[in-house]
Design a protein around this ligand. Sequence first.
Ligand code: ATR
Length: 274
Amino acid sequence: MKKAFVIGHPIKHSRSPLIHGTWLAEHGIGGSYEAIDVVPEDLPAFVERLRQGEFVGGNVTIPHKEAVFALCDSVDPLARTIGAANTLVRQPDGRIYGFNTDHMGFLGNLEQNAPGWATGLQRAIVLGAGGAARAILVALREQGVSEIVLLNRTAEKAAALAKEISGPFVPGALADYARYAPGAGLVVNTTSIGMHDTRFEDLDLTLLPRAALVTDIVYVPLVTPLLADARALGLRTVDGLGMLLHQAIPGFAAWFGVRPEVTPALRAKVEATL
Ligand code: ATR
């Protein structure tokens, strides 16, 4: 029986066992996917268990996503750019390959819920320059978006990130938003502001083109104040739950050999746990 895992500390709130368990049942695969609490000092020993063949692979979450780099035998270059590996695959020779699926989750979510979103997209605005912004910048760069405006409360952090990750990035402060909004087809919030039920002050959504798409990577609450404001104006919105679901696909495919789908039933199941 193929066994996979998600490791983290704490781990009990992870929705990954529900997602992968649903797919295992749907495809009649006699495998398992379990959440395992691993404290930082036990991470090397756990990766050794994977290397020895107890598991086919698994997901890695907080606080191990950076530390696990040093324990992998090979790492995807995009994961290095993102600064975190969230998926491990044990290769037949026992070597451990680490990669990141957050950028794929972001793109998969938009493709499913706003088909054609990238067609003719000239400018995207990314809000926030923390760890979560990195996967979004990589995703938009890989998608070929011509201009990616990176705005942050602390403008220096946006400038540093734009310099570190090469791409068509234009860094700035949140106060620069009004200048870029009229030509922006996409706004992505990567900050945690919506989790605290607060909104950006002075972010005038009426400045955006009517066809603009607004998305948030936060999914608790599902409808963040930013998304609620955008919807009230009639703008298209995509919430962050789909990113969580879609980022799970590549790992499942690598471990169990079937590419699963994000169905409305799966989404409803996970949404019920929020
Ligand atoms: P992570 O690495 O998990 O993404 P982080 O490094 O704390 O978390 O980054 C959070 C992001 O949200 C940052 O871009 C932060 O802006 P600063 O760099 O200026 O701190 C942004 N952020 C958090 N709370 C904010 C708020 N109330 N208003 C505007 N930006 C906020």
